[in-house]
Design a protein around this ligand. Structure first.
Ligand code: ZN
Length: 160
């Protein structure tokens, strides 16, 4: 018999309709045979947007995800950033370290930029970030996850 453990549950803003009706849940599923899996799902009760994924938990290999952002569409790429992942944007000289005990979050590249602007605006110039958020400049976003839990999903891949 498998074991299912809820590790994260939160209602967040939906990346599609922007209502705060996106229920995000993460479960650890232990089948006892194949090792533990992280099951993540998000569903929006307003627009019906749904996405789900699973990834192995007991993989300790570092994973580096590189996403080239060339246009506004790429900004909508869904990203699961685990609580351990560091984010770098070399073109903007930016590094965002994981917040220690913070849980993972499902967001979009736009959401990551928004968060960075929020965190950095009191300390310096964020005009480059704002340009990036409008899709005015091309950049690369690099997610470095020492536990290999983070992943990215292109916006047009959804499951129902
Ligand atoms: Zn929605």
């Amino acid at each position: 018999m498998g074991k299912l453990e809820l590790i994260y549950e939160e209602t967040l803003e939906c990346p599609i309709c922007h209502n705060k009706t996106l229920l995000v849940t993460d479960y650890i599923y232990d089948s006892g045979i194949t090792g533990k899996l992280l099951l993540s799902s998000s569903s929006c009760s307003t627009c019906g947007y749904k996405v789900a994924s699973e990834s192995p938990v007991e993989v300790n290999e570092e994973k580096i995800i590189e996403i080239k952002v060339n246009n506004e569409d790429d900004l909508g790429t869904l990203v699961y950033r685990s609580g351990f992942a560091m984010i770098r944007i070399p073109e903007l000289g930016l590094e965002d370290f994981p917040g220690g005990s913070s849980p993972g979050e499902i967001t979009t590249i736009e959401g990551i930029l928004e968060r960075l602007i929020e965190n950095l605006k009191d300390f310096g110039d964020v005009s480059k970030l704002e340009q990036a958020m409008r899709g005015d400049i091309k950049f690369t976003i690099i997610i470095e996850d020492p536990y290999g839990l983070s992943f990215a999903i292109k916006k047009n891949i959804t499951q129902s």
